[in-house]
Every structure is written in structure tokens, then in C-alpha cells.
Design a protein around this ligand. Structure first.
Ligand SMILES: Cc1cc2nc3c(=O)[nH]c(=O)nc-3n(C[C@H](O)[C@H](O)[C@H](O)COP(=O)(O)OP(=O)(O)OC[C@H]3O[C@@H](n4cnc5c(N)ncnc54)[C@H](O)[C@@H]3O)c2cc1C
Length: 405
């Protein structure tokens, strides 16, 4: 067993660290200023992200998430520590490298299941960072953690499909550069529950598509990465060739999309935890209460030690999962993918909470990134499957071993 990173990973880590130090961290206040600028269109992506993208491309730090020839060709194990580093500046670094959700999952989906025409029209500009995309599955009217509930209809009409339904929390869709939606809906409600759904490409400018409003997350509108939109599809008509894969394959494609998406979230979340721990240590070293630095208080030392231990535990499990995905495939790593999706957001939430507490009022303010990070991380316990759904499925698989025996 080798716990070291290979030479390519080490080399990319050094390059990425330099990019973060020289460009990304210094751009954080620039992003804040641009987001606050009333002269800018509220939902368009701040120009500092485009500047960083050009620099990242120039440095060969582009599409690192995507295995194979279309991307940087890294394994999950190679990408994991790089994604973790991007989590340290979560508002800027993943977008700067064209490695931000939901585009990453959408690009993977198109690379894996799109036909040649779909790849040419949508994957190529996404890989080049020219447009953005959204993934539209969740619906306000039904419990969408159970994908068989989805009510949006995708109905065949001659040479077209007609899409009708209402979605919400569609990340990225408020951004006008988000040109394409991958929509999940039912092509055959009478079929077997796992063969009812399909996925279809719906361009944003299709008549019948209305991006209605941005949803908030604990009050944050997340406009740095295109918000989370409510989107209505009212008889949106697209050519039959926009269907991804065959009719009825939507459920299977969604499962395939979520594996890498989940581990990428976890990798970045560990970077968030590292940043929070760093902020906590710096703060308690500099602030004095009752005659001594906060860092001298046993309770705070306990939080710091516990945070370090929890980060190391979480990282090891994420790396093991990445290694399994590389060696036995996403299906073989199913249990571990669920395990990290359960434990990493909770671990990071615990650490962020302690960092907030150690900062006092500043911890909940807009003057440190902690409050926003806490809000974003908390949603990971819902998005891409709530904790309880993963626990249920993991427990069932565990139980099955003994039932079979
Ligand atoms: C910030 C954010 C971004 C998002 N981005 C997207 C996006 O880009 N595209 C998209 O399609 N969706 C997106 N979502 C939606 C997200 O994927 C859903 O919220 C999630 O799948 C849960 O569905 P639901 O909200 O309908 O909850 P429901 O299905 O109504 O579930 C509610 C709760 O019931 C409980 N529950 C459900 N099933 C079980 C069970 N079997 N056992 C025990 N308890 C259970 C859980 O506690 C769960 O949280 C996003 C959500 C957020 C908050």
C-alpha cells in the first residue's frame, strides 16, 4: 500500500498551488467587489472568473476532472488532491479550472452517453469554457430524492419531443451563459419504474422555457456560480435527436452521472475543511480573552485536534473511494461513494461550525467566508441524494450479505 501521490500528481499539485497563491486567493476580494457592483448584470458571471480561466488554460490547468482524451486524462486518485486544493477557494478555483459542478457532471454525461452531434454542439463549447450548462431533475411538487416520482413529461410528437414540467434548485441556470439544460422527465409513465425516465437536451432559448426565479440557500443567492433557478418547461419542443441515449435510459444515466459528481463534491469539501481549520488556527492565535490567547484554551485545542483527525479520516476514505473507482469501476465503488457522501459533508459541517464558534460574531458575518461556506456545505447533505437515502441503501446492501448467507 502506497500513501504517496505519483509524480504527475505532485507536479500538478505544485503548479496548482502556485496558481492559487499568485492568482486565485488575490482574486477573492476582486470577486466580492464585482458581485457588489450595481452596474453589473446581477446573474452574469463576474469577469474575474474569465480572467482566471484564461490564466489557468495558459498554465495547462484545465478540465482536470475529465478522464480520457477529452480531458486532462487523470485518474480519480490523481484528481482527488487537486480537487481538494480547489475547495480551498470554492467560489473561484473550480470555475477557474473549468472543474465546477454542475458542468463537470454534464460534460461527463455528454462524453459518455452523448452522440457525435450532441458532443459537437454542446460538449465542445463546454470543454472550452465558452458556455455553461444545468442539470434539471428536481421538482417542487414531488419528493425528488426518489427519481421515480419525477412528473415532467417528455412526449414524442412526430420528429420532435415536447417537454412539460416544473423544476427547481437548478444550479447555474440563472446565469445567461447557461445555454443548455439536461432535463430528466418521463417518456413512458406506464413502463417499469426504472425505465420510465429519459434525458433530453433543451436549449435555453427554446420557446416554452422560462427561467422563473433564483432560489436562495439560507438567504444566499449564489450568483457567483449562476444561482439555483426555478425553471418552467411549458410545451418546449426540441428535435427527437436531442434525446440522450435511448428512451427509458434516464434513470441509469442519472446514476452514472452522480458517482463522479458525488466524489468531486467530497474532494472539494475536504479543501473547505482545511481552509476553515486554517482560519480557525489563525484567529485563535491572534485573539486574546481572559488574559490569554484563545488558542491556549483547552476546549479550542480540542476542536483543532479533532478537526485535524476528522479531516485525515475523511480524506483517507475519499482516496480509497477514488482508487476503487479507478480499479473496479464506479459500480464496484458504490458502497464507498455512498459512505463518503454521508460522512464528508457532516465532517466538514462540524469543522465549519467550530471555526464559526471560534470567530465569535465575525464567524457568522460577511467578513469571513465561513458563514457562506457553512451554508453551501450544509446543502450537500440534501443535493445529489439526502443522507437518509444513502444510509438506507447502504444499510440494505450490508443486510443483504447476511440474508444471502
Ligand atoms: C443548493 C442546492 C442545489 C441543487 N442543485 C440541483 C440541480 O442542479 N439539479 C437538480 O435537479 N436538483 C438540484 N438540487 C435538488 C436536490 O438534489 C434535491 O433537493 C434532493 O434530491 C432532495 O429532493 P427533495 O428536495 O425533493 O427532497 P424530498 O425527496 O422531498 O426529501 C425530503 C427529505 O425526506 C427525507 N427522506 C427522503 N427519502 C427518505 C428515505 N428513503 N428514508 C428516510 N428519509 C428520507 C430526507 O431527509 C430528505 O431530505 C439542489 C438542491 C440544493 C439545496
Amino acid at each position: 500500500m502506497d500513501f504517496g501521490y505519483d509524480a504527475r500528481t505532485e507536479e500538478l499539485l505544485a503548479r496548482l498551488t502556485a496558481f492559487l497563491d499568485e492568482h486565485v486567493y488575490p482574486a477573492e476580494p476582486v470577486l466580492t467587489a464585482q458581485l457588489a457592483d450595481p452596474a453589473r448584470d446581477r446573474w452574469s458571471i463576474p469577469p474575474v472568473i474569465g480572467d482566471l480561466q484564461r490564466e489557468a488554460k495558459r498554465r495547462g490547468l484545465w478540465n482536470l476532472f475529465l478522464p480520457g482524451e477529452l480531458g486532462a486524462g487523470l485518474t480519480n486518485l490523481q484528481y482527488a488532491p487537486l480537487a481538494e486544493l480547489t475547495g480551498r477557494s470554492i467560489q473561484l478555483a473550480p470555475a477557474a479550472l473549468n472543474c465546477a459542478a454542475p458542468d463537470t457532471g454534464n460534460m461527463e454525461l455528454l462524453a459518455q452517453f452523448g452522440d457525435e452531434a450532441q458532443r459537437k454542439q454542446w460538449l465542445e463549447p463546454l470543454l472550452a469554457g465558452e458556455i455553461r450548462s444545468a442539470f434539471a431533475m428536481t421538482e417542487p411538487e414531488v419528493a425528488s430524492s426518489d427519481a421515480t416520482n419525477i412528473e415532467t413529461r417528455i412526449e414524442r410528437d412526430g420528429q420532435d419531443y415536447v417537454v412539460t414540467g416544473r423544476k427547481w434548485y437548478i444550479t447555474g441556470a440563472m446565469n445567461p451563459d447557461c445555454r443548455i439544460f439536461i432535463v430528466m422527465g418521463k417518456t413512458d409513465p406506464a413502463a417499469d419504474p426504472r425505465r420510465q425516465q429519459s434525458m433530453i437536451l433543451v436549449p435555453r432559448d427554446t420557446p416554452g422555457v422560462t427561467v422563473r426565479r433564483g432560489m436562495t440557500v439560507f438567504g444566499y443567492d449564489d450568483r457567483d456560480h449562476g444561482g439555483h433557478a426555478e425553471v418552467v418547461f411549458d410545451g418546449a419542443r426540441v428535435p427527437a435527436g436531442n434525446l440522450i441515449g435511448e428512451a427509458g435510459s434516464g434513470f441509469a444515466i442519472a446514476q452514472a452521472r452522480l458517482g463522479p459528481g458525488r466524489i468531486h463534491h467530497c474532494m472539494r469539501a475536504i479543501g473547505i475543511a482545511e481552509r476553515a481549520l486554517e482560519l480557525m488556527c489563525r484567529r485563535v492565535g491572534a485573539r486574546v480573552a481572559f488574559g490569554r490567547p484563545l488558542a491556549a484554551q483547552g476546549v479550542i485545542q480540542d476542536w483543532i485536534a479533532e478537526s485535524r483527525v476528522r479531516i485525515e479520516q475523511a480524506r483517507l476514505l475519499v482516496l480509497k473511494t477514488a482508487w476503487l473507482m479507478d480499479t473496479v469501476g464506479n459500480r464496484g465503488a458504490h458502497t464507498e461513494i455512498q459512505a463518503i457522501k454521508i460522512i464528508v459533508p457532516q465532517t466538514v459541517e462540524w469543522i465549519l461550525d467550530k471555526a464559526v464558534q471560534a470567530h465569535g460574531a465575525a464567524g457568522v458575518s460577511q467578513d469571513t467566508p465561513l458563514a457562506h461556506l457553512w451554508a453551501g456545505n450544509r446543502t450537500l447533505r440534501l443535493a445529489d441524494g439526502p443522507d437518509e437515502v444513502h444510509r438506507r441503501s447502504l444499510a440494505r446492501r450490508e443486510l443483504k450479505k447476511y440474508q444471502e448467507a
